[in-house]
Design a protein around this ligand. Structure first.
Ligand code: FES
Length: 588
C-alpha cells in the first residue's frame, strides 16, 4: 500500500472517529442540564451510530486507523520525531488499554447480552460499583481527545485559514471535554445520592435488563478487555522487535552516502528517505507535516546525483508544483535515494508553517521581463542637517508611506527603501506591458505624493523636496533573496542597473524623471510631448533613447489605471496634461 493511500486512509478513519467522539462528548455535556437530557441525547446518538452501516463505518474506521498507524510506525526508519508527534503516538498507544473495558461493558454487553446500556447503567456502574474505573474512563476521555486534537492540528495547520480560526478551535477543544466531564460528574453525583435508596436502586438495575448474573457480565467485560490489552501489547512488541531486526539486517547490507552542504555525510541503507537520514544523523531538518509529504518544508535541492534518483510520485509532484519548485528540488521525506546523492536543505529547520503554502514560481528565482523604477530624494541632506532627528524620521516616514502607497496603488511591488531612495518592480506577476503601464502610473503617483508632502511640510522646508525617478524595463532575475527576516522579493541584472542610472541622470538633465523609450513603447504610452535624448548608460554598449519628464505628474495614464488588462500593440488613451504643467516645465 502506498504511503499516500495509507495517510489518506488514516486521515479519513481518524475523521470518522473524531466525529463520533465529538458527538459522544456533546451527549455527555447534556448532563449539565439533567440525566433526562442526557438520555434524550443518547436516543439520537444511538439512532445515528447503532445501525449496521454506521457500525461498520465506526468499527471499520477504528480497525483501519489502528492498522494504518501500525504500518506508519513500521515504515518509519527512525523514531526521532517532533514532540507533538511523539505525544500523539504515545496517547494513541494508551487508548486500547484505557478504553477496551468501556467499549466492552457498554456496546459489547448490549450486543451480546441485550443489556440496556443507558447513561443510568453507565453511571451506576462507574460511580456506585467501580469508582476506580471512573478515573480511568476520565483519563481515557482526555487521552482520546488529546490524540484527536493533535491529529486535527497536524492536518489543519497547513490550511490557509487555520491561523485565523486557531483561537476559536483551541477554545472549543478545551470547552468540549470540560463540559462533557462536568456533565458526567454532575449527573454521577446525583445518582450516587439516589443509589442510597435501595428501592430506587432495584428499579434502576431492573431497567438494565440483565439476562445473566452481574458477576458474569463483569467477568466477561474485564476478562475480554485483558485479552485485548495483551493482544495489543504483543503486537506492539512484535512491531518493535521487527524494526530492530530490520535495523540489524540493514546495517550489514550496502550503504549509500547522503552529503549535506556543511560537509557532513551520512551513510545509510539504500531506500531510506533523506529526511530519515537527517533525523538518524541528528541533522536538524524542517518537516512541518512530520514527513507526511504535505507541507513541502523539507524540500532539498539536489546538488549532485540527480540522474540516479528514483522519480517523484504523483503526490510529491503535486506538492512541489504547489510551491513552484524546479526539477532539481525534491521532498526529503519522499525521496528515497538508491545511490550517493548530495542535498541542500532549502528551508531553515525552524521554518514557519506558512513556508509550505502555495507560492508563485518566480519566488524560486527566474528570469522575467519586468519594469524597474528607482526614485531618490533630493536636497534631503540639508533638511536633515537642520532638523532634530525626530523631525527627520517623521518626514522620512511620511515620504516612504507616500511612495509605498503610490507603488502599491499602481499594482507594483515595493522592493526596498535604500536610504531615502526607493526601488520598485512592476509586472512581476503579470506581463511586461502591464508592468510598464504600472510603472508610469506609479511615477505619477509618487510625484503627486511628494507634492502633498511638500505642502504638509511647507513651514519646515526652506525649499520644497525634490525627487528623481528612473524607469527602465527588460529581462531581470527575479526571486526571493536575502537572509532570515531580511529576505525579500527582489530583482538583479542589467535592467535594474540601467533603471538606477536613469534615475541618476535626472540630476544631469534637471528633470524629475528619465524614462526609457522602451518603457514608453511597451506601455503603449505617447510621450512625444516630452523631450527625447539619446544617452549612453555605463555598462551598456549601445546608446538608448530616453524621455525627459520635468514633472512626473504629467505622465499619461491609461484610462483604467494600472489595472487595465493587457493590450498588445496600439496606444492607450491618455489624459490631457494638467494646466499647471507647462508653467512648471518652463520654471525648470
Ligand atoms: S516533511 Fe512535510 S513534505 Fe516533507
Amino acid at each position: 500500500m502506498g504511503t499516500g493511500l495509507t495517510r489518506n486512509l488514516r486521515l479519513g478513519s481518524g475523521l470518522v472517529l473524531f466525529t463520533f467522539v465529538c458527538m459522544h462528548f456533546i451527549n455527555h455535556a447534556l448532563g449539565n442540564i439533567s440525566l433526562q437530557a442526557m438520555e434524550a441525547g443518547r436516543e439520537v446518538f444511538t439512532a445515528i451510530w447503532r445501525n449496521w452501516p454506521a457500525t461498520i463505518l465506526l468499527y471499520g474506521a477504528m480497525l483501519l486507523h489502528i492498522l494504518t498507524a501500525l504500518l506508519a510506525i513500521w515504515r518509519r526508519r527512525t523514531l526521532r520525531m517532533s514532540r507533538s508527534e511523539a505525544v500523539q503516538i504515545v496517547l494513541a498507544l494508551c487508548i486500547p488499554f484505557l478504553l477496551s473495558v468501556h467499549i466492552l461493558a457498554t456496546r459489547g454487553l448490549h450486543e451480546l447480552f441485550g443489556i440496556n446500556d443507558s447513561y443510568l447503567y453507565e453511571i451506576i456502574s462507574i460511580w456506585v460499583f467501580e469508582p476506580l474505573y471512573g478515573w480511568t474512563t476520565a483519563a481515557a476521555v482526555l487521552i482520546v481527545w488529546g490524540h484527536g486534537c493533535l491529529g486535527m492540528h497536524h492536518w489543519l495547520r497547513l490550511k490557509p485559514w487555520y491561523d485565523r480560526a486557531r483561537v476559536w478551535l483551541f477554545v472549543s477543544a478545551l470547552l468540549l471535554p470540560a463540559l462533557a466531564l462536568s456533565g458526567y460528574a454532575g449527573v454521577g453525583k446525583q445518582i450516587a445520592l439516589l443509589a442510597r435508596d435501595q428501592a430506587w436502586m432495584n428499579a434502576a438495575i431492573a431497567s438494565f435488563k440483565f439476562s445473566v448474573p452481574i458477576a458474569e457480565l463483569k467477568g466477561f467485560a474485564f476478562g475480554t478487555a485483558d485479552y485485548v490489552q495483551i493482544g495489543v501489547a504483543v503486537v506492539l512488541a512484535l512491531l518493535l522487535l521487527g524494526r530492530w531486526l530490520r535495523h540489524l539486517l540493514a546495517r550489514r547490507g550496502a550503504r549509500i552516502t547522503i552529503a549535506y552542504p556543511d560537509g557532513q555525510e551520512v551513510a545509510v541503507e539504500p531506500g531510506l528517505s533523506v529526511l530519515d537520514a537527517s533525523r538518524l544523523a541528528g541533522i536538524a531538518h524542517a518537516s512541518v507535516c512530520g514527513g507526511r509529504g504535505r507541507c513541502s518544508t523539507c524540500r532539498v535541492r539536489i546538488a549532485d546525483g540527480l540522474s540516479a534518483l528514483p522519480g517523484a510520485g504523483d503526490d510529491e509532484r503535486k506538492v512541489l508544483a504547489r510551491v513552484g519548485a524546479p526539477d532539481s528540488v525534491r521532498l526529503a521525506c519522499q525521496l528515497r535515494p538508491v545511490a550517493d546523492v548530495a542535498v541542500v536543505p532549502l528551508l531553515p529547520p525552524n521554518v514557519a508553517v506558512q513556508s509550505g503554502a502555495p507560492r508563485p514560481n518566480y519566488l524560486q528565482g527566474s528570469e522575467r521581463e519586468i519594469a524597474v523604477l528607482f526614485a531618490d530624494l533630493r536636497s534631503f541632506t540639508q533638511f536633515s542637517e537642520s532638523k532634530l532627528p525626530y523631525d527627520v524620521v517623521f518626514a522620512l516616514n511620511q515620504y516612504f508611506r507616500g511612495m509605498g502607497q503610490a507603488v502599491e496603488a499602481a499594482g507594483g511591488h515595493l522592493d526596498k527603501f535604500i536610504g531615502d531612495g526607493v526601488m520598485a518592480l512592476f509586472g512581476v506577476q503579470s506581463d511586461l506591458e502591464t508592468g510598464c503601464r504600472q510603472a508610469l502610473a506609479a511615477a505619477a503617483g509618487m510625484a503627486q505624493a511628494l507634492e502633498h508632502l511638500n505642502h504638509q511640510l511647507r513651514h519646515d522646508l526652506e525649499q520644497p523636496l525634490r525627487m528623481g525617478i528612473g524607469i527602465h524595463a527588460g529581462p531581470a532575475i527575479v526571486g526571493e533573496m536575502g537572509y532570515g527576516a531580511a529576505t525579500t522579493v527582489t530583482a538583479i541584472g542589467d535592467t535594474v542597473n540601467t533603471a538606477s542610472r536613469l534615475e541618476t541622470m535626472t540630476k544631469e538633465f534637471a528633470v524629475q524623471a528619465v524614462i526609457s523609450d522602451f518603457v514608453a513603447a511597451r506601455a503603449g504610452a505617447d510621450l512625444s510631448a516630452f523631450e527625447v535624448r539619446e544617452v549612453t548608460v555605463r555598462g551598456r554598449a549601445e546608446a538608448m533613447a530616453v524621455h525627459l519628464i520635468a514633472d512626473a505628474r504629467d505622465l499619461p495614464q491609461t484610462e483604467a489605471g494600472a489595472a487595465k488588462p493587457r493590450r498588445r500593440g496600439g496606444r492607450v488613451r491618455v489624459k490631457a496634461p494638467r494646466a499647471h504643467s507647462k508653467k512648471m516645465r518652463s520654471d525648470s
